[in-house]
Ligand binder design. Structure first.
Ligand code: XLS
Ligand code: NI
Ligand code: NI
Length: 441
């Protein structure tokens, strides 16, 4: 162990020590310079630390409040506390040697008495980030606006029945989008928050969908106006906070984007725990986004198999994570996206070092999963099985059915003329599942 920083018990970044290492302050699998499929692991994985869970969440649950007692959350000068928080955040980024971080405006600075004052607070801390980023390697993966915590957003932001709330949310997004741009952010995220409804008895669905579509267009128009080259990302989530969320899952968001004419402008940030809450697997959501041409980035975490809510735990399962990374690799990997740990330590994990070790262990799970996924891809046996299953579609008469000039008449005539009598073939699921786990290490 090296000397402590102001909060953490060590001061030197964790290093790769190999799978046999028993030093908890080391990486066992994350070897950032190791080349996998022609690219350094660090560039493949593009890890980010999320400001909110690690530095802003006090450790409360519905039955009890704060457990963490973080020093930067106690005191009267809120801006001084926000600056202290930024110092600790950049210490953690340094110790983990991560290339990225992500934040909401409300994570980094206190809310003021007016939007003007709140925006100024956010800008003041962003200026501190900018100075820190001159010497830190850590860059901004994405910024986002918190349009869900304050009570003014209890009925949504863009989809609020009160137009003043729509305006307030739009003004808040403008500020964070501009700050994200100035900090060199690679993406800007819109998580729906409370964009949904509780009961139809007080809700005009068509109005709310129209409002949301226009809000998204306003954001995209402003992106182009200020010359932000990053990607606008939407993060689907099925429930929590509202019972019916308009951004339920990847397919639902694709529908919203098409309705708003934005399917070429906006991509998706897919979160593991949100996928499972929607009744999907994480890899399903990634693969669906890739198939629709809207895969952008991921929020890495895992849910609890027995609880039906968003527990945002650090990933521990190599097999699940490998299947997710296999889909990411098949999609060609990230462009502006990355692996953001939208994960929090459990409320009993109150030691400063828990924050370091939780992230390090999760980075190792992802690194190991990446190696497994790369093996799956390189070996190609899984892909060959899929290709073989669809090989019939390469025949000219079958391709022709999908062409613009095909018709039910022509297809039906051919079925009769050739006396087609299709025989089912095995889907070979268990064989393929066994093959998939054979790559695990
Ligand atoms: C909440 C979301 C949120 C987004 C950013 O469930 O995951 O944390 O990632 O607003
Ligand atoms: Ni998230
Ligand atoms: Ni979540």
């Amino acid at each position: 162990m090296t000397a402590p920083t102001r909060f953490f018990p060590v001061s030197e970044p964790l290093k790769y020590a190999g799978p046999e290492s028993r030093d908890p302050f080391s990486f066992r699998w994350y070897d950032k310079d190791r080349v996998v499929l022609g690219k350094r692991m660090e560039e493949h994985l593009r890890f980010a630390v999320a400001y909110w869970h690690s530095f802003t969440w006090p450790g409360g649950d519905p039955f009890g409040g704060e457990t963490f007692l973080r020093p930067w959350m106690h005191g009267s000068d809120e801006m001084a506390l926000a600056r202290a928080k930024a110092d600790v955040a950049f210490d953690l980024f340094h110790l983990l040697d991560v290339p990225f971080f992500a934040f909401h405006d409300r994570d980094i600075a206190p809310e003021g008495k007016s939007l003007k004052e709140s925006n100024a607070n956010v800008r003041a801390i962003a200026d501190i980030f900018a100075r820190k980023m001159e010497t830190s390697k850590t860059r901004l993966l994405w910024g986002t606006a918190n349009l869900f915590s304050n009570r003014r957003f209890m009925s949504g932001a863009a989809t609020n029945p009160d137009p003043d709330v729509f305006a307030y949310g739009a003004a808040q997004v403008k500020n964070v989008l501009e700050i994200t741009h100035e900090l060199g952010g690679e993406n800007y995220v819109l998580w729906g928050g409370r964009e949904g409804y509780e009961t139809l008895l007080n809700t005009d669905l068509r109005r709310e969908l129209d409002q949301m579509g226009r809000f998204l267009n306003l954001v995209v128009e402003h992106k182009h106006k200020i010359g932000f080259k990053g990607t606008i990302l939407i993060e689907p989530k099925p429930q929590e906070p509202t019972k019916h969320q308009y951004d339920f899952d990847v397919s639902t968001v694709y529908g919203l984007l098409c309705r708003a004419g934005l399917e070429k402008e906006v991509k998706l940030n897919i979160e593991a725990n949100h996928a499972t809450l929607a009744g999907h697997s994480f890899e399903h959501e990634i693969a669906m986004a890739a198939a629709l041409g809207i895969f952008g980035s991921i929020d890495m975490n895992k849910g609890d198999a027995q609880s039906g809510w968003d527990t945002d735990q650090f990933p521990t399962n190599v097999e699940d994570t490998a299947l997710a990374f296999y889909e990411i690799l098949r999609a060609g990997g990230y462009t502006t996206g990355g692996t953001n740990f939208d994960a929090k330590v459990r409320r009993q994990s109150i030691d400063p070092e828990d924050l370091i070790l939780a992230h390090a262990a999760a980075m190792d799970v992802c690194a190991r999963a990446l190696i497994v996924a790369a093996d799956m891809l390189e070996d190609g046996a899984l892909q060959r099985a899929v290709d073989e299953r669809y090989a019939g579609w390469d025949a000219p008469q079958n391709k022709a059915m999908l062409a613009k000039d095909s018709s039910l008449d022509a297809i039906a005539a051919r079925v009769e003329a050739e006396n087609l009598d299709p025989q089912p073939r095995s889907g070979r699921q268990e064989r393929l599942e066994a093959l998939a786990v054979s790559y695990l290490r």
